[in-house]
Ligand binder design. Structure first.
Ligand code: FAD
Ligand code: DLZ
Ligand code: SF4
Length: 513
């Protein structure tokens, strides 16, 4: 019997993945493999590994139920070769009748580089297919980007709205505006608590995987308990439906708000399922749109949510593949400081940082504003090395794959790409954090002080950051006002800021091992 070997990666758990198109259930063999190389190329959060292995095992059963022949290799298989390439070679050796290898392009450049040479070392035709689970192909993104001076997400997003017809009223945006972000910046009122979330307990298979990961990856970052992720498609769909029906109406209003001890707020918690293929992005958006059409969710919430998926998510993927591999090496602001230990331990007197990092350890999750304006903002204004920061983001979050993590970190948070993605750095002083959260009341630092023993580090680091890069920022119209404010500051105050920032950055609180 002649057939194809079809390799499916841990983040390709979609029945309509392009590598399965035209699969012959009788003669083809589907390979899914847990391998050390993928589990350790960065020291992923334990929860990320457990989630993915459990989801991979469930997906293998799903395919078997659908009639496919599946070869599932567990990590503790004594013959496990430790790499995807090794497992492909072993499968072909054991199934000599297979006459081709079919794969879908991976989500990371390093693996794609590896796969591109498989044709030279394997004795059969190798086909690497496009990943068609995105709304905009890489070819179409490149065509959109061609000749543009600035690649602004907003214009890209409008094109995708037109293309999909989502929230369109003929050729006009529903409600008259493309973007309702001005309505989405509310601070959480004191008497309002975020709603309860769907955080399922592990099933038997997942429990077994959790125990295995605890024993096999004890030194990796993060906690395995409490659990809270679905690991089947049906579970992911339940999480989606819970979000759409119960949470979505508040998504817009509190999208930028933060509250201590409240990791989820009104965010969807769906990236983990979207990124590994358990949910389909367009389907999720159509369901959100239906809620607005039925009058059950307001336009600012639904538009904001849909924009994140058909706008930002598609856009960062395009940016990644258009610019790799050079993108990862960019360091426009010449940031060189090592990552402080508290990014791992969460032990810092900065209450906002301790909360964001603590929940990252516990849940392998932080919402966007925490990633961007707390841990990302601190890394930016403290001048932390983008390579170290990037590795941190890639390993600590359960939804992290380089195609989505890198542009968000390098481009959005760190401005390491010199403004390719964001027209100005997302740098902010403690005032922003104080406005959007309840972190500052009860912090050891005083958010109102710029210098002095209790001054909030975000304050002196922010002004020192502007001072360090003033020559570059002056020519940016969106930074001109802030540069002028710095110009107006007394030289003695500027010197004080610089001294305090230097003492802090070189002092014990930023120790790194
Ligand atoms: P929601 O707030 O509910 O948003 C809905 C969906 O929109 C998300 O599920 C996600 O699919 C999409 N989305 C929202 N913002 C973005 C964005 N900026 N880029 C791409 N998709 C977006 N997202 C990841 O999926 N993986 C990452 O590794 C990742 N790393 C990040 C690193 C930094 C420094 C920053 C600032 C952002 C990062 N993001 C990443 C984007 C965003 O923070 C997460 O997608 C979001 O927090 C996931 O939680 P959620 O599903 O509750 O999102
Ligand atoms: C993240 C991850 C982990 C932890 N383990 C595996 C694995 O054992 N086998 C596998 O096929 N994929 C795994 N992945 C996901 C891959 O790293 C991911 O497919 C690539 O990074 C490309 O996005
Ligand atoms: Fe964070 Fe500064 Fe507020 Fe403390 S005072 S929580 S360090 S912003």
């Amino acid at each position: 019997m002649v057939g194809a070997l079809r390799l499916i990666l841990g983040d390709q758990l979609s029945p309509d993945i392009s590598s399965l198109r035209d699969a012959d259930r009788a003669s083809d063999l589907i390979l899914i493999a847990e391998v050390m190389e993928e589990a350790t190329y960065v020291r992923h959060h334990k929860k990320k590994i457990a989630f993915l292995f459990a989801a991979m095992r469930h997906f293998a059963s799903e395919l078997e139920t659908a009639g496919y022949r599946v070869r599932y290799v567990k990590l503790d298989d004594p013959a496990n070769q430790g790499s995807l390439r090794g497992e492909v070679a072993r499968a072909l050796e054991e199934h000599p009748a297979l006459s081709s290898l079919v794969m879908t392009r991976p989500g990371e450049w390093r693996l794609q580089q590896d796969m591109e040479i498989w044709q030279d070392i394997l004795p059969l035709p190798v086909e690497l297919r496009e990943d068609t689970r995105f709304l905009v192909s890489l070819k179409d993104f490149a065509a959109w980007a061609e000749g543009r001076k600035q690649l602004r997400m907003e214009y890209f997003y409008r094109d995708v709205r037109r293309k999909t017809g989502l929230l369109m009223d003929g050729d006009k945006p529903a409600g008259g505006e493309w973007n309702y972000d001005t309505e989405n910046r509310k601070r959480l009122p004191k008497d309002l608590s975020p709603p309860p979330r769907y955080l399922p307990a592990p099933d038997d298979l997942t429990r077994e995987v959790i125990a295995f990961v605890a024993g096999r990856f004890p030194d990796h970052f993060g906690d395995l308990e409490p659990w809270g992720f679905a690991t089947t498609r049906a579970g992911a769909e339940k999480a989606r439906d819970h979000f759409i029906c119960e949470i979505l109406p508040g998504f817009g209003d509190w999208q930028d708000a933060m509250a201590r001890g409240e990791p989820w707020m009104w965010h969807s918690l769906l990236s983990i399922y979207l990124n590994c293929g358990l949910l389909d992005p367009l389907d999720v958006c159509r369901r959100a749109e239906a809620e607005w059409k039925a009058g059950r969710a307001p336009l600012n919430a639904v538009e904001g949510f849909i924009r994140q998926i058909i706008g930002w998510r598609e856009y960062v993927r395009g940016i990644y593949w258009l610019n790799m591999p050079a993108y990862a090496g960019l360091n426009t602001l010449d940031a060189r400081r090592p990552l402080p230990d508290f990014y791992w331990t969460g032990k810092t007197a900065m209450r906002c940082m301790a909360d964001a990092i603590g929940q990252t350890r516990r849940h392998a999750y932080a919402h966007h504003i925490q990633r961007l304006m707390i841990t990302g903002n601190f890394a930016l204004i403290a001048g932390l090395d983008p390579a170290e920061v990037n590795e941190w983001y890639l390993l600590v979050y359960a939804d992290a794959y380089e195609w989505v993590e890198l542009p968000n970190t390098h481009g959005m948070a760190l401005h390491a790409d010199g403004g390719l993605m964001a027209s100005k750095p997302y740098a902010a002083s403690g005032n922003y954090i104080s406005k959007m959260s309840d972190y500052c009341a009860g912090c050891a630092y005083d958010v109102k002080q710029r210098t002095g023993p209790r001054a909030c580090p975000f304050n002196f680091l922010y002004w020192d950051f502007i001072g360090r890069h003033q020559a570059r920022f002056r020519s940016n119209p969106r930074m001109a006002v802030i540069c002028k404010s710095l110009d107006r500051m007394e030289p003695a105050e500027r010197a004080k800021i610089h001294l305090q920032a230097s003492d802090f950055l070189d002092g014990p609180s930023l120790k790194s091992s």
